[in-house]
Ligand binder design. Structure first.
Ligand code: G6P
Ligand code: MG
Length: 220
C-alpha cells in the first residue's frame, strides 16, 4: 500500500522556480552571461553552487572565477532571491496543492518534502504550510544534488517508509530521475518529463483520486 507522498517544493508547491530563474538571470547578466528559460530547465532541482557552475559552463566561463568569487556570486543570487520571496503569502500555493495535501492527510498517508533549497523552511512558513509535512529532509545535510536519489531516500527514511511504498512529485527532469533512482513511483508536473511514471500538465490535475488511480495501476 501507499504509505507516503514526497513533494518537491520549487515549482510544485509554489511558483518559486520562476523566482530562482529571475535571480540567476540578474547575476549572470552582471558577468556577461545570458540565460533563458530553456537553459533554466537544467537548473531546476540543482543546488545553489552547482547551478552557478552550470551557468558559468553555459557562458564559457568555467574556471574563470576563484572559489571566493563564486561564493560571492552565489550569495548575491540568494540575496536577490530572498528579496523576491517577500511577495509569498498563503495565496501563493499552486492550484490544487492545498486540497491534495488535505486529502492525503485524511487518507492517513504521510507527507514529506524533498527540496535541496536551503530556503525551504522559510518558504513553508511564508506559505503557512509548515505543519502539513510529517518530515522535511534537511537540505544542509544533502551531499549530492538531484538527479542523485539522496534527498528522496532521506525523506523516506525520515518518514519511516520504504521507497517502494512511496511516490514522489517533481517539476524538474533531474528531480524525476532522482525519484526513479530512489525506487519510488514518480509523478512529473509540466512538459518534457518523459521519464515520469505519470505525467500531468499542471498541479490542477494533481488530485488524490488521480494519485490513488496511478498507484493502483503500477506494474512492478
Ligand atoms: C531547488 C530549486 C533550484 C535551487 C535549489 C537550491 O532545487 O529547484 O533552482 O537552486 O533548490 O535553492 P537555494 O534556495 O538553497 O539556493
Ligand atoms: Mg522543483
Amino acid at each position: 500500500t501507499l504509505k507516503a507522498v514526497v513533494f518537491d517544493l520549487d515549482g510544485v508547491i509554489t511558483d518559486t522556480a520562476h523566482l530562482h530563474f529571475l535571480a540567476w538571470h540578474a547575476v549572470a547578466e552582471e558577468i556577461g552571461i545570458t540565460i533563458d528559460e530553456v537553459f533554466n530547465e537544467q537548473l531546476k532541482g540543482i543546488s545553489r553552487m552547482d547551478s552557478l557552475q552550470r551557468i558559468l559552463k553555459h557562458g564559457g566561463k568555467e574556471g574563470t572565477f576563484s572559489d571566493e568569487q563564486c561564493l560571492a556570486l552565489a550569495t548575491k543570487k540568494n540575496a536577490f532571491y530572498v528579496q523576491s520571496l517577500a511577495s509569498l503569502t498563503e495565496d501563493s500555493l499552486l492550484p490544487g496543492i492545498r486540497d491534495v495535501l488535505a486529502d492525503i492527510r485524511t487518507a492517513n498517508v504521510k507527507i514529506g518534502l524533498a527540496s535541496v533549497s536551503l530556503n525551504a523552511p522559510g518558504i513553508l512558513r511564508a506559505l503557512g504550510i509548515q505543519h502539513a509535512f510529517d518530515f522535511c529532509a534537511d537540505a544542509s545535510l544533502i551531499i549530492c544534488s538531484k538527479p542523485d536519489p539522496e534527498i528522496f531516500l532521506a525523506a523516506c527514511a525520515g518518514l519511516n517508509v520504504r521507497p517502494e511504498e512511496a511516490m514522489g512529485i517533481e517539476d524538474a527532469p533531474a528531480g524525476v530521475e532522482a525519484i526513479n533512482a530512489a525506487g519510488m513511483l514518480s509523478v512529473g508536473i509540466g512538459s518534457g518529463l518523459n521519464h515520469a511514471g505519470l505525467q500531468l500538465d499542471s498541479t490542477r490535475e494533481l488530485t488524490w483520486k488521480c494519485l490513488t488511480e496511478f498507484w493502483a495501476s503500477r506494474t512492478y
